[in-house]
Design a protein. Sequence first.
Length: 242
Amino acid sequence: MKLIWIIARRELAVFFDSLMAYILIILFLTVTGILTWLYGNDVFMSGQANLSVFFFWAYWTLFLFIPAITMRLIAEEKRSGTIELLLTRPVTDWQFVTGKFLSALILVSVALALTLPYYFTVWKLGPIDHGAVLTGYLGLLLMSGAYISIGIVASSLTNNQIVAFLITLFIGIFFHLLFGLLSSGFSGIMGRILNYLSMQTHYESVSRGVLDSKDILYFLSFMVTGLVISEIILTRRNIAQN
């Protein structure tokens, strides 16, 4: 665990030293703030003290922002050649990808923590369902973790950050949108399978305050699967080079 944390801290230092973290956090806060408070059916016009509008827009904003966070995690290490140096040290492939995953999840958590003033502002407007807010944030963290795992797989496949960004977006479209849309056109087992694969289905369930074990298992399985696939890709690459 110590080595995983060292890798995570190293990656976070790179994020903040390059200003990338600041830029992405500011953009995230700006976009979600505008869409939550000013665009369309905002919280003032709805007359309800809740953050459902924010959780809706944050879900789609993170869909675009997380690929930008994950695209360089492994691809840049491969391009610069530093991955060989790192993996010659007493660090396993699993520790390496898990540390990268943890750094990205911490960065997203920081961005979400900075939106807490939205919560306190809405709370001032009237009675608010604190449980729904808590599960809404939990849903965003679980979704982010699953999507980060996709990004790490994409980043481990190439040494080109743009390609990694596009691969993450392409795969994410299926889980974020297409599986949910396709499930409505099928019935029976196929419809249930497509609906279960839809990340939006599980996210909406959690964000509504319904903590179902199948939703938690879906996201955790997604994360573990993504990290295992990334580990396998790196292991095969190391074997091929040797």
